[in-house]
Design a protein around this ligand. Structure first.
Ligand code: NG1
Ligand code: ZN
Length: 545
């Protein structure tokens, strides 16, 4: 067929290095950019097939998020803005790893298995982050799509959540919003401005927020959005990409993992700051106190703030909707205890990876999900949104209920329900703090985090580690879980687990305990156990102190 002839010809321009195999991981393919050209072309092909299959527009985002600048990666976006399904992740891996001469066979396998009608039209939206490699890699995606006769819309530089938003807008025929960057700014800023009307007496100091753009796409887009916010938020932007390197000593991942302020941000005592990651789908907040101590407000604190606020609004509006918080094993133990014992909300724990959290959150009327690293959003079920809208229109409600439900309606509009979105989350947090008259210190004081530490161990094959119970227990290699259990017993309020990373070639170790020293020691001891029992390579892990 002529269609495949073109694929065959074009694929020669995007050859696969022989023997290279890559896995569709926690968030798509991710590795050094120089290994990715063929992957991008092939993901263009796959997105075209997915589009034909679903009779919808599919998104392809070229980014490696918080990874170093020399890496890159690709994420596929399904019709409603969700992550692609696991079956299609499998196809992605098969297509990515097919040697050059069996690419057509791999492609035809997918077509056959999914019974795809090749005469269907296809439409693919493509976006990219600011990495130097992103321009040519996104061109490879576009080549892949056009070689199978698909239509493309190249959005160029956008944040990952902006592309998710575009895909959802397109496939809902505009119900979710208008599929343009301007449409995104308008939808969010209108909701934000309405919300801030509930906090009319804010001072300029309260409106001021320091934003670390990680030298990435989020900084660019924040600049574009600023005029839409009409000074209701006064952003002081650092690491805006004009000089520094992407994610280098800055950004949400650096701040969360290092538990310290990014470089390049000039923060005064007590000032409210936040950091985006490299593709602006994560956010964390922080400040330093009068003793110079650094305070991090991570995804768990964000989930707590937002769920508390929503629960209060539901009560005021008299709406009986079930709210739940979805976390992963990385959630700080204090947050889980607070949510369950004090807030009395349902808490559910899933495996790491946004798709798992997103899926679990869909089970509730209102599902608030956040990874501790700051990736998260809120999902409102169709029924919940309907109830909110009906109550907004109801003439017979009293003023308190009317006010609460109007705030709920605007909050729904402000949240990017397709995926975690640093810009949208930031505006939600700013609105909640404004409406509740809270400072960042008040927010921080809701509960105190247990000291914790995250470490990485390099092993020869991280797949030797298999886990269960939402990754909280290791089933292989033999003896590892027993070793962890006995180490944990030595410390107070302690917890530790290990799992293979889905985005880096390492095993991640997490530990928490009553003091920082204990958490550090436990993390180190568990790292040693991993090194010894799971085939560690290189030097043995060294103690932190
Ligand atoms: P891995 O490398 O699988 O741990 C990391 C994050 C995830 C998720 C993905 C995608 C941690 C511990 N893990 O995954 O939560 O955000 O990257 O970006 O932060
Ligand atoms: Zn990201």
């Amino acid at each position: 067929m002529a269609q495949f002839e073109e694929v065959s010809q074009k694929s020669k321009l995007h050859p696969k290095p022989e023997g290279l195999t890559l896995q569709y991981g926690t968030a798509g393919f991710r590795t050094n950019a120089k290994h990715l050209d063929h992957i991008m072309f092939r993901m263009g092909l796959l997105a075209t097939l997915r589009s034909k299959k679903t009779k919808s527009t599919i998104g392809v985002m070229v980014t490696a998020s918080h990874n170093p600048e020399e890496d890159n990666g690709v994420k596929l976006i399904d019709p409603m803005g969700e992550m692609v399904t696991e079956v299609w992740e499998g196809y992605a891996t098969q297509l990515a790893n097919a040697e050059q001469d069996s690419l057509l066979k791999a492609l035809k396998d997918v077509i056959e298995k999914e019974d795809i009608s090749m005469s269907e039209p296809a439409s693919v939206y493509v976006g990219k982050d600011t990495r130097p490699s992103s321009a040519s890699l996104s061109q490879a995606v576009l080549d892949g799509v056009s070689s199978l006769g698909g239509k493309t819309h190249d959005y160029g530089l956008v944040t990952t959540p902006q592309l998710h938003y575009m895909v959802c807008c397109c496939n809902t025929n505009g119900c979710y919003g208008s599929p343009t960057v301007e449409g995104y700014y308008q939808k969010l800023s209108q909701a934000f401005l309405q919300l801030t009307q509930n906090a009319p007496n804010r001072t300029d100091d309260q409106k001021k927020l320091l934003v670390d753009g990680a030298n990435g796409i989020g900084a660019l887009k924040m600049r574009e959005m600023e005029p839409f916010l009409r000074s209701e938020l006064q952003v002081v932007l650092s690491n805006d990409g004009s000089s520094g390197k992407l994610n280098h000593l800055c950004g949400a991942d650096y701040v969360k993992v290092q538990q310290k302020a990014p470089q390049g941000v000039c923060m005064a005592t007590g000032e409210r700051c936040c950091s985006f990651d490299g593709d602006a789908d994560r956010i964390v907040y922080y400040y330093t106190d009068s003793k110079g101590r650094f305070h991090l407000l991570d995804g768990d604190k964000i989930a707590t703030l937002i769920s508390t606020y929503l629960k209060e609004l539901l009560t005021q509006a008299g709406l009986n909707l079930q709210i739940a918080v979805v976390q992963t094993a990385y959630a700080n133990g204090s947050s889980t205890r607070y949510l369950e014992d004090v807030m009395k909300v349902t808490v559910c724990c899933t495996k790491t990876g946004v798709k798992h959290l997103h899926h679990a959150a869909q089970e509730y009327d209102i599902g608030v999900y956040f990874e501790a690293n700051g990736h998260g959003t809120v999902l409102f079920s169709k029924a919940a949104q309907k109830q909110i809208l009906e109550l907004v229109k109801d003439q017979n409600t009293n003023d308190e209920r009317k006010r609460a439900v109007k705030i709920l309606e605007n909050t729904v509009n402000l949240i990017n329900q397709t995926v975690g979105d640093a810009i949208s989350d930031m505006l939600v947090i700013e609105a909640v703090l404004a409406i509740r008259g809270m400072s960042v210190q008040d927010w921080d004081a809701i509960y105190t985090d247990l000291p914790n530490r995250q470490l990485k161990v390099t092993v020869s094959d991280r797949r030797v580690i298999n886990t269960t119970d939402a990754e909280r227990k290791a089933v292989t290699p033999e003896g590892l879980q027993e070793a962890i259990d006995s180490l944990v017993k030595k410390y107070k309020n302690a917890r530790s687990f290990v799992r293979p990373s889905g985005t880096e070639d390492v095993v991640r170790v997490y530990a928490e305990a009553d003091t920082q020293e204990s958490a550090d020691n436990l993390a180190h001891e568990v790292s040693l156990a991993v090194y010894r029992l799971a085939g560690g390579v290189g030097d043995e892990p060294k103690p932190l102190h």
